[in-house]
Design a protein around this ligand. Sequence first.
Ligand code: ATP
Length: 362
Amino acid sequence: MSTIEIKKVTKRFGDFIAVKDADLSVGPGEVVCLLGPSGCGKTTTLRMIAGLERATSGDVIIAGQRMNDLSPQKRDIAMVFQFYALYPALSVGQNIAMPLHYEKLSKDETDKRVMNVARIMHLTDVLDRMPGQISEGEKQRLAVARAIVRDPNCFLFDEPLSRLDVELRHSMRGQIKEVLTGLSKATVIVTHDQLEALTMANRIAIMRDGLIEQVGTPHEVFAKPANVFVASFIGTPQMNLVEADLKSFGNGKAAVRLAGNDIEIAADPAVSRLKPSKVTVGIRPRAFTAASEKSGDTIAAQAELIEPMGAETLIHARTSAGGEIRVVIPREMKVKIGEAMHLRPDPKQTHFFGEDGKAVRA
Ligand code: ATP
């Protein structure tokens, strides 16, 4: 069965710990993205799965078998790298056939497999061209075609789309996802592009400083971030994370002093555990409504910078406590610089994080 599992995997380079106690399992047909800022350990994790890097401790298990001591060739994995090295002197068709070279297949069988994969990857029209005569998108599809032609146990992709321009990246995301969905293989994709992860992955593993901070579906990591880091990393514009004093909790409402305002906001009962203490309140820029006047659940702020974003407008507003709050409003709603705003956070989309940075939920 096509599965990838890592258990308590750690990688040290001398004294430096690049990946620490990483646990992850990827099922057949599942696409998991490793997402995180530069240097967080994504590629090192992928390379340990591939066998290009040896885990210092922990287990790498592929298709139910411990692989730590096996070479990359013996792991039956196909990798697609950011810099897909195509053979420039071979045609597209010959490039696709290359990985089959060692399988000693008949010419008929090789041709059949190449045609099948070329069809899946929409390359049939360019099979006779040389890599120098095809577009960047076609080169990318060729790299994927070469990976899938061998029918390996699972796939690993390292920043596969980062060389493409924005438009091409957008269409390739969909195309690669469609191909992977039809293949029933466990796939791990490394990316630092959250949009890529949100659109391509069944689940996302978010990493920071060598640690996997949260694993969840794109919806889970967006709607229920496990901690302040995940909350700040996922979502554009970034979630507002405001330090506040939680004063009391009663009748399902938290009373907080937030950005110079005393407000009451409905909150998860688990929040009552924190009182009284410093908390971080997370509110996404699209989770406010603009009220016409001040009330017990609004935050007062003044519009300071206005950024049109097409159908919506991003407003940077200054609170009386001096902090900034980002608010996204529909384009039709007009706000002028200097205008007073009364921002009402949607309680269902308001997150409370304790002093340890962890989300507080029942
Ligand atoms: P990026 O998105 O920039 O590729 P990444 O999340 O993939 O980053 P890794 O390449 O896994 O990060 O690197 C994790 C950390 O390990 C980095 O600080 C890197 O400098 C360090 N590192 C990686 N390979 C080695 C090595 N061979 N020797 C020493 N340190 C290394």
